[in-house]
Design a protein around this ligand. Structure first.
Ligand code: DGT
Ligand code: CA
Ligand code: CA
Ligand code: ZN
Length: 566
């Protein structure tokens, strides 16, 4: 967790440095931050061994900064920059089209410090007067503010889950704690998270609160009470900690897992049966019927156990009353990853490294799907793809435990054609096609473009179908009804991309696609070894979309998968 903290401070320094005139070092800070966040070992251990400067992108200067963060928990240089430029860079950055250069200009010329200032100056038409801005930019900025507002304050599930797990681990190690669980939106696996909710069972609440508020991850204590405390972590994330008696823990978990809408509906069901439901149990005439376990609570209400990912009051409660809940795909059902990038394009792991990591995960197969032709991603042309297929054959003949599939993530050009020749497409085991450029096409063109691509007989999987990036940009305006109908007809598999920012298709769309008869593939789309771990985020998204094992092609055996791909 130290890695996260160090990386987040370094990124923020880089952002603020762009505001200053010494921006030659910003890239170095971002690069160092990236190195640290993708490390698989603890940065504090490396520092202790005196090996920090052996890491890529870390020289003497940044070494010293990292040491200061490790020693003191903060960085004076960042604190000074924040005073010098009282600008909410992270909110402003979340407006699509606003980068550090423009934020700097807006601050220096118009004194814009936050989204409210930005909106005000935009409406007064002052932004268009600035050098390099113009009317079009101003209109776009105003349009994008609303999207940015919705996403500030919430953090990605992928980031929050790591923090929550770290906190759970620490809390669980305290002797006075008997049970600890993560509740709230993280337990439901929603794509973004407002705050982290931790529930514990203990006979020593004050000791727990003392330990909790003194964790080194804590930046600020918001409230410290006997049954509930709230702290703010180093990255701005809030954590609620609540303590309960063992006999209440099940009903507390149901209540604080939510969602709010789910809770309201459950309470209605309780009332309709002349019962009462709250965080301390299920009661009838003040007799306690249940409370110790979630299972007991659901049973007392006449319901099948409802998995947290389904608790959104979107039909799951009715299904549970009838005993007709879907049998959701399990995390351990995944037999392989079908979307990965290696050192052949813009990934930083070699094919043998990827194969080894996949074996560690117990996978049976792995598709290597590097980018094609995209210059920014060092994409492969026909010739390089052929060379790569040769290496894959060699590895497959050497390793028995896992099968590498020959694949590519090809580009869908503006007209909906694929950027690799037919001969090569035919040789590949698996072809993913994605939109990577010309994203702001008018909606009609984008719809036609993607529908055209689905016509291609070599296309197996449509990658990150809607193109959204959480906290960054909205999805393309697609007619999803038509897209899913067509995909079902052509047998094109739709991706559930597991990158923390993408989760694309998202939960609601997963459900819709399945209702249209589409098959899905949950893929990590990873660019490094750590990235393979994101698979669980995609599976969670599929589960929130009511996906079963049979809906997801990478739960199939290799034989069944190959048959389907052909
Ligand atoms: P978040 O934090 O915005 O990502 O979403 P949640 O769902 O974690 O919401 P949070 O942290 O405010 O509260 C955790 C759960 O506690 C929530 O899902 C349902 C329950 N809860 C909290 N306050 C209320 C309330 O006023 N009414 C009801 N019915 N449930 C509540
Ligand atoms: Ca929460
Ligand atoms: Ca909360
Ligand atoms: Zn892609």
């Amino acid at each position: 967790m130290k890695n996260k903290k160090v990386a987040s401070i370094l990124h923020r320094v880089a952002d603020y440095m762009e505001m200053d005139d010494v921006d030659f070092r910003t890239k170095a800070y971002h690069r160092a931050a990236h190195t640290i966040e993708t490390l698989s070992v603890d940065v504090a251990d490396i520092a202790e061994q005196g090996k920090l400067e052996e890491l890529p992108g870390i020289g003497k200067h940044i070494h010293e900064k990292i040491q200061e963060i490790l020693d003191t928990g903060k960085l004076q240089y960042l604190e000074d920059l924040k005073v010098k430029f009282p600008v909410d860079i992270s909110s402003l950055k979340s407006v699509e089209g606003l980068g550090p250069k423009k934020i700097k200009l807006l601050y220096h010329e118009l004194g814009i410090k936050n989204l409210d200032d930005l909106e005000k100056e935009g409406k007064r038409h002052n932004i268009r007067k600035l050098k390099g801005m113009g009317v079009k930019t101003e209109v776009k900025i105003l349009q994008n503010i609303e999207f940015a507002r919705k996403s500030t304050g919430r953090q990605l599930l992928g980031d929050s889950i790591l923090l929550a797990n770290e906190i759970k681990k620490r809390v669980g190690s305290w002797e006075v704690v008997e049970q600890v669980e993560i509740a709230g939106s993280i337990r439901r696996r929603t794509e973004t998270v407002g705050d982290i909710d931790i529930l514990t069972v203990t006979n020593h609440p004050d000791t727990v609160m003392e330990l909790f508020t003194n964790m080194d991850l804590v930046d600020e204590v918001i409230v410290k009470g006997h049954s509930k405390s709230t702290v703010r972590l180093f990255n701005g994330m809030d954590v609620d900690m609540r303590v309960f008696r063992e006999e209440d823990f099940g009903s507390a978990l149901v209540y604080f897992t939510g969602s709010r809408e789910f809770n309201i509906q459950l309470r209605k069901i309780a009332i309709s049966q002349k019962m009462k439901l709250n965080e301390y149990g299920v009661f009838a005439d003040d007799i306690r019927l249940a409370g110790k376990s979630e299972n007991d609570v659901f049973k007392a209400l006449g319901l099948e156990y409802i998995l947290p990912e389904l608790r959104e009051n979107t039909g799951e409660i009715k299904a549970a009353q009838k005993g007709k809940l879907p049998r959701l795909v399990k995390y351990e059902d995944i037999k392989g990853d079908l979307h990965l990038h290696s050192t052949w394009s813009d990934g930083n792991a070699t094919l043998p490294e990827l194969a080894q990591e996949a074996m560690n995960k117990g996978y049976q197969y792995l598709a290597i799907t590097d980018h094609t032709t995209l210059p920014v991603a060092r994409g492969l042309n026909d010739k390089r793809l052929t060379e790569q297929m040769g290496q894959i054959d060699r590895i497959n003949s050497e390793i028995e435990e896992i099968t590498l599939l020959k694949g590519a993530e090809v580009n869908i050009n503006s007209q909906g054609e694929l950027d690799i020749s037919k001969d090569i497409l035919e040789e590949l085991d698996i072809v993913i096609a994605s939109v990577h450029y010309d994203l702001r096409q008018d909606p009609d063109k984008m719809n036609t473009r993607i529908l055209n691509a689905l016509e291609n007989e070599y296309l197996d999987i449509l990658g990150h179908p809607t193109g959204r990036k959480l906290k960054e940009r909205a999805a393309y305006k697609l007619d999803l009804e038509r897209l899913f109908e067509k995909a079902a007809m052509t047998g094109t598999v739709l991706e559930v991309n597991s990158q923390p920012k993408r989760l694309d298709l998202k939960d609601k769309h997963v459900k819709m696609a399945i209702e249209h008869g589409c098959k899905l593939s949950v893929n990590s789309d990873s660019h490094n070894l750590q990235g393979l771990n994101n698979m669980d985020l995609g599976v969670a998204t599929a589960r929130r979309g009511w996906a079963r094992k049979k809906d997801i092609i990478n739960t199939f055996s290799l034989k069944k998968l190959l048959k389907l791909l052909n």
